[in-house]
Design a protein around this ligand. Structure first.
Ligand code: PMP
Length: 402
């Protein structure tokens, strides 16, 4: 596909004939090509990987490992290993649970993070494996390198940042943060759940130690994601032991394979990995620069048109002050976010997310009336018409309570 055209893209997502899907920050749709790659694998080479010698096993192993390489390359991560996980949450937990912490260690995280990038660190502190978590207590959607640097002490061992906020859609300056971490010899983990679908990502250039992402948000299947670890960065001890991750077993002792497979004990999601690699090929054909520009254009259109509606409060920063991934949060005076979401669906078949977005610490501060926010999130298959229909229907809802 040489030209980026949402109209052409939409043909690969038949459900879009019936609905306006603006909930991709939660879970994206999956194109025909991804679904077909999975069913092709199911029909023709369903087998376990790295174990059997017969032809189906060899074919499945080849496709699985080829998928790993395709995905690694997509993220510019040739200088590291890529372990398949179920999702971003698993990646972050592998890091938090598996690193060799000292009791005096501290971790820095922004308050606006998703629970998946808060609770694993909170639990470390609660169980006294580390001394504590230091929180960048800002609620404007911006993660500023200087705010992180201000919290660094001699005990800081890790900075863990979401590459983009799933509430605001704002993008964090991870390259600058990585530089600060390098200067202070601190580990840097990125939660890439919200940027892997939207931005061209080059892990080598960013220079982080760990990057976690989910397939289901980037046109891929559910139940498959990845954890990338830079070559030379500390390898977490795998949480699970068993088949596939072991090198030798002698008596009651074992050694693990030193590579990505050590995090994939048991039978992995082979079909999911193949589907995710197809999603990555699909996105590469669209061109991630095009995807990023399109998502941001639609997000800016949403911010602008929703801000003009009386009774609507847009929580995503406006006026081009921020680069956005496609997600925009807002509230409507006098209407609970769930009611807004329900009405959008019933009245215009528009799917959005409502609630606390797995960000309770942030929501307690920015959504004081309770109930969180409404979040509409656009992706490569949305059009400006989708956004205009959203704005028109939100205007109707806001008008009803006057
Ligand atoms: N981090 C962020 C920023 C997210 O948006 C999400 C999903 N909403 C997650 C982590 C968790 O992703 P998953 O449920 O796929 O593990």
């Amino acid at each position: 596909m040489s030209q980026f055209s949402p109209e052409n893209i939409r043909a690969d997502f038949p459900i879009l004939e019936h609905i306006i899907y603006l909930d991709s920050a939660a879970t994206s749709l999956s194109p025909r090509q991804v679904i077909e790659a999975q069913s092709d694998a199911e029909y023709h080479y369903r087998a376990n990987v790295g174990r059997g010698i017969h032809r189906l096993g060899r074919m499945a192993t080849h496709k699985f490992e080829e998928s790993r390489e395709t995905i690694k390359k997509f993220f510019g991560g040739e200088n590291g290993i890529l372990a398949f996980t179920r999702n971003t949450t698993e990646g972050l937990n592998i890091i938090a649970n598996g690193l060799d912490w000292k009791k005096t260690d501290r971790v820095i995280v922004p308050l606006q993070e998703h629970h998946s990038n808060l609770l694993p660190w909170f639990r470390l502190a609660e169980s006294k494996r580390i001394a504590g978590v230091d929180i960048v207590d800002k609620t404007d959607g911006f993660v500023k390198p200087e705010d992180i640097e201000a919290l660094i002490t001699k005990d800081t061992r890790m900075v863990a940042v979401g590459h983009a906020s799933n509430v605001f859609g704002t993008i964090a300056p991870v390259k600058e943060i990585a530089e600060i971490c390098r200067e202070h010899e601190i580990l840097f983990s990125i939660d890439g759940a919200q940027t892997a679908p939207h931005l061209p990502i080059n892990l080598k250039e960013i220079g982080c130690d760990y990057f976690s992402f989910s397939g289901h948000k980037m046109l891929g299947p559910m139940g498959i994601g990845g954890l990338w670890i830079k070559e030379g960065s500390p390898l977490p001890t795998p949480e699970y032991a068993g088949g596939g991750m072991v090198s030798t077993v002698t008596g009651q002792k074992f050694t693990t394979v030193g590579n990505a497979q050590q995090y994939e004990a048991g039978t992995p999601n082979v079909i999911g990995a193949i589907g995710l690699a197809e999603a990555v090929r699909y996105l590469s054909k669209l061109g991630m620069e095009n995807v990023a520009a399109h998502s941001e254009n639609l997000a800016n259109r949403m911010v602008k048109s929703l801000s003009e509606i009386s009774g609507v409060n847009v929580t995503t920063p406006s006026n081009g002050r921020a680069h956005l991934t496609g997600a925009v949060s807002f509230t409507v005076d006098g209407v609970h976010p769930h009611e807004v979401a329900y009405f959008l669906d019933e009245a215009a078949a528009i799917m959005v997310r409502s609630g606390e977005h797995c960000c309770q610490p942030l929501m307690k501060k920015i959504a004081k009336s309770g109930g969180g926010t409404v979040r509409a999130s656009a992706y490569c298959y949305n059009t400006e018409d989708d956004i205009d229909m959203l704005a028109a229907t939100v205007e109707e809802i806001a008008g009803m309570v006057k």
